[in-house]
Structure formats: C-alpha cells, structure tokens
Design a protein around this ligand. Structure first.
Ligand code: NAP
Length: 292
C-alpha cells in the first residue's frame, strides 16, 4: 500500500528512541507486522540526544503514542522516566519496550523474552538445571544472565575482558536471585574448567560482527564438546566464526536473528494486546532477512 493511503487521521504511532538509530531494522520489522495484520499503525525512528531524553519521553507521552522501543544507549536510563516497570526489567536494570496506557508509561524487557523463546525453539531445550557460560558482561549479558538464572539454571559463569564488570553481573545474580554465578576474566578462561563444564556457551560480545567477521571471543583453537549448545547474539553474519567453529565440533548452534525478531513480535503484542500467530511470526522472520 502507498504511504498516502496507509497513513490516515486514525493512524496510531509507535517509535523507537536511541542514538545512533540509523542501523535499526525495527521500523521494517514493525511496519511489516502492521501490514501483515492490517493494523493502522506506523512505526518511526527517533534519534534522541542524551540531554533530550527526558523531554523526548514527555513529548511522546503528550503525542499519545501507543508505545515505543528503547535502544542503545538508553535501556537503563529510561527507567527513571517511567511510571512502572515489570519486576524482571527492574532486576535486569534494562527496558527496551514502553507502553503508554492513558498517559502512564509501563516498561518491559522483551529482549530477554525473545531470547528465551528463540533459544528454546531452535535449541529444543531449556535452561533448567543447565550450566551456562556467558562471554561478555555488558547490557545484553546482564539481562540474559538474570533471565537465565530466573529460568532455573544450575550454574552461570560470567566471562569478561574487564573482570570487575563480570563480578558486578555475578554479584547481582547471587544477591538477588540465587548464589549460582561466578565471574572469570576472559584472559584466564583457559586455565579454568568453566567452558568444558558448560552445557551452553553464549557470546554476547560484538566480536565477529560484520565487518570484523574474522574475530571471535574465544581462542580460534578452542575445543568445543559436541554436546554443547552454542549461541551467538550476533545475527550479521548469520554464522559467525565462533558458531562456525562450534559447528565443526558437532555442537548445536543458534544465532541472534530469532531473538531479534522475537523481541519485536513480543513488543508488538504488548502494545496492541494481540497474539501474533506462529505462522505469521515465521513469515515475518523470512520477510525480514532481506534487510540484514
Ligand atoms: P555492551 O554493553 O557495550 O557490552 C559489550 C561487551 O563486549 C562487554 O562485555 C565488552 O567487554 C565486550 N567486548 C567488546 N569488545 C571486546 C573485545 N575486543 N574483546 C573482548 N571483549 C569485548 O554491548 P551490548 O549492548 O551488551 O551488546 C552486545 C552485542 O549484542 C552487540 O553485538 C549487539 O548488536 C548484540 N545484541 C543483539 C541482540 C539481538 O536481538 N540479537 C539484542 C541486543 C544486543 P568489556 O566489559 O571488557 O568492555
């Protein structure tokens, strides 16, 4: 449909705030969902400077948008401008989806829900009673680690170049959920049994992402075990060097593309109080591949 026929006086607006924002495929994702569902909703990107975050949020509320996504670098700082956040998002200290209900703003984290939905579907298992190694201790690692702990994992290793950041994430899990997390410096990982012991190994660093596709978070000679499940949050390229190595050892591998699509679908479901059928989610996943 042409834009002049699509946007009418009744069109509702959803947006995304972040900086930078130009690389985001969320507009294509959400506008594809609206088109497929026949919803009169348009999704637009808003690049917001840090000093303008509060006024941007107030503006979005005044303009009565249905809701908005929040991306780097505002997933943490947005929380202080919201009326309520889910317990899970508060624990993670990270919100990526905001819903406007009658002028009140409610915060959710669908990154982690999308991660669990996509991981369990593609790896055909859950985190219950598993030992999990997470490489990285940034915003994504922290949110995923907390979600994995809440999903009932047995032990979580947080492995990071900067040890104190890994300690902060492990400490948060041990203090607020259960004492199951241990921090390890990336440079000393080879001397610990953490990776060999792990059922699931997850990369949350940008190492290996386009255009630096020759990079990998573990030594190129690292020996995976064939029964390990290896997940990479990166989706471009779809098979990072890290995943390619794991595949050579016979591991089950999963990339971050399903997580990306699933977090968006769940945000859309929150904004519109609808349930998107699985068949449509799969179609959207196929349609969006051309934007990556
Ligand atoms: P972040 O907060 O900046 O954290 C980056 C992490 O990577 C830190 O732990 C950092 O270690 C580590 N790192 C960076 N460069 C490194 C290097 N050269 N050597 C060793 N470690 C390095 O970033 P984030 O927000 O968590 O995002 C991380 C990745 O997740 C990005 O690639 C992003 O695109 C991806 N992501 C994917 C999805 C999805 O839907 N698939 C969703 C969210 C994010 P230090 O602490 O030592 O600096």
């Amino acid at each position: 449909m042409d834009i002049e026929n699509m946007v009418t006086g009744k069109t509702k607006v959803i947006g995304i705030i972040g900086n930078p924002i130009g690389h985001s495929i969320s507009p294509q994702l959400h506008n594809t969902i609206s088109r497929q569902l026949g919803m009169n909703i348009i999704y637009v990107p808003f690049k917001v400077e840090e000093s303008d975050l509060e006024s941007a949020v107030r503006g979005l509320k005044s303009l009565n948008v249905l809701g908005f996504n929040v991306t780097i670098p505002y997933k943490e700082s947005i929380i202080s401008y919201l009326d309520e956040v889910t317990d899970e998002a508060a624990l993670m200290g990270s919100v990526n989806t905001v819903k406007n209900i009658g002028g009140k703003l409610y915060g959710f984290n669908t990154d982690t829900r999308g991660f669990v939905r996509s991981f369990t579907k593609e790896a055909k298992t859950t985190f219950k009673d598993k030992t999990v190694a997470i490489i990285g201790a940034g915003g994504t690692a922290r949110a995923l680690a907390i979600k994995i702990a809440l999903e009932g994992s047995k032990k979580i290793y947080i492995i990071n170049r900067t040890l104190h950041k890994a300690e902060e994430v492990a400490g948060r899990i041990n203090n607020k959920i259960e004492s199951i997390a241990k921090a390890i410096g990336l440079d000393s990982i080879e001397s610990t049994p953490a990776l060999c012991e792990s059922d699931i190994i997850i990369n949350t660093t940008p190492l290996g992402m386009y255009p630096d596709t020759e990079k990998t978070p573990l030594d190129k000679d690292f020996r995976f075990s064939k029964n390990q499940i290896v997940f990479d949050v990166i989706y471009n390229p779809r098979k990072t060097l890290f995943l390619a190595r794991a595949e050579e050892y016979g591991c089950t591998i999963v990339n971050g593309y399903g997580m990306l699509i699933s977090q968006g679908i769940q945000a859309y479901e929150i904004w519109t109080d609808t349930k998107i059928p699985t068949i449509l989610s799969e179609q959207i996943q196929d349609l969006l591949l051309k934007y990556i």
